[in-house]
Structures are given as C-alpha cells and as structure tokens.
Unconditional design. Structure first.
Length: 165
C-alpha cells in the first residue's frame, strides 16, 4: 500500500519511529540550517547521508521540500520524491523505470534494528498535521541506493531500500 509524507521546507529523514519525538525536541522550534542537529541534516552532500542520533542511525533522504511516496515490496521498497510530474501515475511509472534501470548515483549500507520506521520532514513533529510515512520492516542489513532522474515530463529522486541477503 502506497503511503505519502510531505515537507514544507526541509529535507526528509528516515528514523526509528520511537525516536521521532526526541528528534523533534533536538531540532528545536527555530532550526538553523548551519547549526546543531538541523545543520547536520542540511550539511550533507548528495542525495542522502547518515546521521548518528541517540544511538541510532538516521538517514537524510531528499534535499528538497515536497512529497515522498513509499512503494513497499518484498525486500524493502521504493521511496520516490516528487520534484516534477504531470500526474502521480506518471511519477510512479517513471520511478519504477528508474529503479529497473539500476543506474544508481549513490549507495549507503545501514543496519536496521528497530522494525518501526518513520519518514518525515526533518523539522516535523507529532501532531503537526504533515503527513508522515510509518512502515514496519524486517530488521537486518539494508542497502539504500539513490538516483536523481528526469525526462521531458518528469523529475524525481528515487531511493531503493533493499534488505541484503
């Protein structure tokens, strides 16, 4: 089942769901993109990077505000960031084509020990009414691959989260 998250201004993060409240407190009410935790979120180069937080690994995914879509599969799933498309249907077909081509620009390896994850605006908090993606995933070692791609009608960043065998 497809789920969606929205960001009104900052990058997205993927973190253990149980840490989302502590994350929000650490970000604070007036996050500055060049200081403290939010500075670490904003300072990473590339499409994604890892952040150590409260004994867990947080992944910053996507640099632009907008919408994320989660498309689960048997080994993990695709996270698609909508940058430009004529329709959601076009965006999702494009993302699946990008994933099938396998021309990834970046890759990270992470160990997921908490099966309950949340993808949200890095400045989001519980009760803020911004949609967040909550997923249950099998703990283990994962690879996250990312690619920015575009054609004449569609622009997206596609992230593939796959459990390693």
């Amino acid at each position: 089942m497809m789920k969606t998250a929205t960001s009104f201004g900052g990058p997205f993060v993927m973190l253990p769901r149980k840490l989302s409240g502590e994350w929000s407190k650490a970000i604070g009410d007036v996050p500055e993109p060049d200081r403290r935790l939010y500075g670490e979120v904003c300072s990473g180069e590339g499409l994604m990077h890892l952040i150590s937080f409260d004994g867990s690994t947080v992944v910053r995914i996507g640099e632009e505000p907008g919408d994320l879509f989660w498309l689960p599969d048997e080994r993990g799933g695709l996270v698609v960031q909508w940058i430009g498309a004529d329709s959601l249907e076009d965006l999702l077909m494009f993302a699946q084509k990008v994933a099938a081509a396998g021309d990834w620009q970046e890759a990270l390896e992470i160990t997921i020990s908490d099966p309950e994850l949340r993808m949200m605006d890095s400045c989001g908090f519980d009760g803020d009414e911004q949609p967040k993606i909550d997923v249950s995933i099998v703990p283990g070692d994962y690879e996250i691959r990312a690619a920015y791609a575009e054609d004449e009608n569609t622009m997206a960043t596609v992230f593939s989260l796959n459990k390693k065998e």
